[in-house]
Design a binder for this molecule. Structure first.
Ligand SMILES: NC(=O)c1ccc[n+]([C@@H]2O[C@H](COP(=O)([O-])OP(=O)(O)OC[C@H]3O[C@@H](n4cnc5c(N)ncnc54)[C@H](O)[C@@H]3O)[C@@H](O)[C@H]2O)c1
Length: 408
């Protein structure tokens, strides 16, 4: 019995065809020392995966034509291309982990499947470039024996179901408003050569995560309707970087009676969150950019439920330790509940996905989010009416535009 089979036996009941909103996390999928994971694209996110997967006891190989790595003891073997990995090693791979820049995802997946038609593949988000989605779907249909999961890690956050359960205690109805805001100042990353998304722009970084978080707090049918509705149903404000790329998007929409605000920026945060008034003993000095926030908040009358995800930073250059998230319930100006939740959505996602990939159940990647960002980025590139506007808090190097529904 191979390691993969042993793990499959353990994780078979973790298999659901689509893990969106499942809430189940298979924390017991120890994958065993003999499981062989090949990481293709050994950059920033790959190294985060590697730390977790090593901790699960896997054996790792790497493919990257330009790996940025200082040699260290027990470093994984690295090949410059999949075709150059010796056949015996390629054939022993249990799971392929694709962490190349998004524009290389489809080509990499195609190559993996050409070598291993039954491959088990964990694919970083977004699944592929916007124009490649139909090709990806055709490719998946051509390899029915293969299994592919997407790394939508916020689907596996424990913090979101916790927040949703607090809201459900309040009422079974929909909230008056939902605000999701994920920002990160990526200028230093870009300057040091980290991958830049010239296709989706800002939507290619955090928007899929934002959709995953949103899917955890609204009913599945409402989520599907929102994801598949035309962009004309929303109002957008955008900002562009000097090179013309989409650097910030503010979407205003409605989900039934709920007002929805979605905001993301890769330059700077404008959520205006200051240092939290509580929890001072948990906060650590933080020397890096604080231009990063990931949060959701829901209002029901005068009650507000919010979660601020790691990195929980403040303008006072303080932050909570890694994988600590803050959940807050307020009524008017009073704090009803203020707790820190420990959770690693990435580790949850890896464990869950590996369980599914090595298990016996079929897996269907959830494609609606990538289709949504493809539709939005295409829409926001043109075909709309625009007028000058100011995205409050943007800096001078970006050029804001407000995008109105075509009918206005
Ligand atoms: N799930 C998340 O939270 C998360 C976070 C960051 C990045 N990502 C996704 O991961 C992917 C990589 O992003 P990153 O920030 O790690 O990029 P990065 O620039 O840090 O690393 C990319 C690596 O891929 C290598 N590479 C390029 N083309 C390749 C090819 N054809 N074959 C093999 N290797 C190749 C590069 O040499 C580089 O080392 C992107 O799709 C991104 O959207 C997801």
């Amino acid at each position: 019995m191979t390691a993969a089979h042993r793990c499959a036996n353990r994780s078979a009941d973790a298999g659901v065809s689509l893990f969106r909103n499942s809430g189940a996390i298979d924390q017991n999928c120890g994958i065993g020392a003999a499981v062989h994971v090949a990481i293709v694209g050994y950059g920033t996110i790959a190294k985060m995966h590697e730390r977790i997967i090593r901790g699960m006891g896997a054996h790792i190989s790497v493919v990257d034509p330009a790996p940025q790595i200082v040699p260290y003891e027990n470093a994984p073997p690295i090949w410059p291309a999949i075709a150059e990995v010796p056949g015996s090693i390629r054939d022993s791979v249990d799971i392929w982990l694709i962490c190349t820049p998004t524009q290389h995802h489809l080509a990499t997946l195609r190559e993996v499947l050409a070598h291993s038609p039954q491959a088990r593949v964990f694919l970083e988000k977004p699944a592929c470039s916007s124009w490649e989605i139909p090709e990806l779907e055709i490719l998946l249909s051509r390899y029915p024996q293969a299994k592919i999961t997407l790394n939508d890690q916020y689907l596996h956050s424990r913090c979101v179901p916790f927040l949703a359960s607090l809201c459900r205690k309040e009422t079974t109805g929909l909230p008056d408003s939902i605000e999701v805001s994920f920002t990160k100042d990526r200028r230093s990353d870009m300057a040091r050569g980290r991958f830049v998304d010239n296709d989706y722009g800002v939507l290619g970084y955090e928007w899929v995560h934002m959709l995953s978080v949103l899917s955890g707090v609204i009913p599945p049918e409402a989520m599907t309707n929102y994801l598949t509705e035309a962009p004309e149903a929303s109002l957008f404000e955008t900002a562009h970087a000097d090179d013309g790329s989409l650097s910030a998007v503010q979407e205003f929409s409605r989900i039934g009676s709920t007002a929805l605000s979605m905001y993301s920026s890769f330059f700077q945060d404008r959520s205006g969150r200051g240092r939290p008034s509580m929890l001072s003993k948990h906060w650590h000095p933080y020397e890096e950019s604080v231009g990063r926030h990931r949060c959701i908040s829901l209002t029901y009358g005068d009650k507000r439920f919010s979660a601020e995800f790691d990195p929980v930073t403040s303008v006072g250059r303080l932050r909570l330790p890694r994988n600590k998230h803050r959940v807050l319930v307020e009524r008017g100006s009073s704090v009803v509940l203020d707790v820190v939740v420990f959770d690693s959505p990435l580790e949850n996602s890896i464990r869950k996905s590996f369980g599914l990939l090595l298990g016996s159940q079929p897996v269907v990647p959830w494609m609606d989010p990538v289709k949504r960002i493809a539709t939005l980025s295409q829409y926001l590139r043109g075909g709309y009416q625009s007028r000058s506007a100011t995205l409050a808090g943007t800096d001078n190097s970006i050029h804001p535009t407000s995008i109105l529904p075509a009918s206005q």
